[in-house]
Design a protein around this ligand. Sequence first.
Ligand code: BGC
Length: 369
Amino acid sequence: MHLSRRGLLYGTAGVAAVSLAACGAGEDSKQLTGFTGIAMPTRASDRWVLEGADLEKRLQDLGYKTILENGEDDVPAQVAQIESMVDQGVEFLIIGAIGNTSLGEVLSKAKDKGVTIIAYDRLILETPDVDYYASFDNYQVGVLQAKHIIAKLGLTQDTTEQYNVELFSGSLDDNNSQYFFQGGLDTLEPYIYGGSVVVPSNETEQDATAIQQWDRKTARTRMAQLLEDHYQDRPLHAVLSPYDGISRGIVEALVDADFEPGSDDFPVITGQDAELRSLKAIKEGTGQTETVFKDTRQLAEVAVDMVKAIVGGGTPDVNDQGTYDNGFKFVPSYLLEPVDVTVENYKEVVVDSEYATEEAIDSAPADVD
Ligand code: BGC
């Protein structure tokens, strides 16, 4: 079994010399009005809908004009939307990219017009024109997911029993996917090498485990196939899932195959994003048992603060300059901390912080096909 090393996937992190000057600030900053184009990637996942509206409101509260578009997972549509924003004279772009390498041309056009470009949550690759990156510690997301599996299965270095675990990863054209996956793999690795965790499908590479566009139904299909091919005669103990929508697709396939959520032989399943439907499953014990909460209100605030700093003639705050290499440079980044959420702490983390109410969780509707 070959496990890719972290360093091979995204290079050794070193502190690069990056200039934080320019980037739209400078002499002309006095004339900046804060006009911002917000390009969100999809409405298929709750978070982007909430964040689009949140970003818009925060910017408008500062008196800045905004344009908000959603690319609906369609790369050419997102390119066209960004192009139109540039034509309409935006000074800033906040972009949650769909295709991580598809924006070079349109960003070059934006840069020619002096637009400041902020990669939002997902890094944009292979272009010199990204100025800042606002995101979370994406590697840590995978670490938290794997740690949940380790804790739930009670794995220690002395464990001699074998546990069957399957791995899922996110969309290959999303730069975050490799970080989530590698964080998970690195954390499970000692147990894999020690023999207490086995992956019966032998699908341990990112390509083989990827779910394009993070699609729930694609995840359901892959899980159904895995069950058919490898689990006729053996138990499945856990599934490393990178995102709540994928987790729910996995649960659907398990239910189709007569696994009973909440029962002892139902596998441990992880997730990400604290989507209402997944919080409901965590609370009621009817599916995944974990999600990783990324407080997207904080992320929106970070991105808006970047715009505000530049409009004010200053330089945005960053807290990482040596992790996110986009192929041209280490992009100055502000990274927030993700939080592990289970039935034990969802109330404190998600409800008490007013991210979601108990009522909203309880009444979350089921997925529709
Ligand atoms: C985000 C995740 C999200 C996923 C699917 C990733 O880029 O970081 O929070 O679950 O996209 O929308």
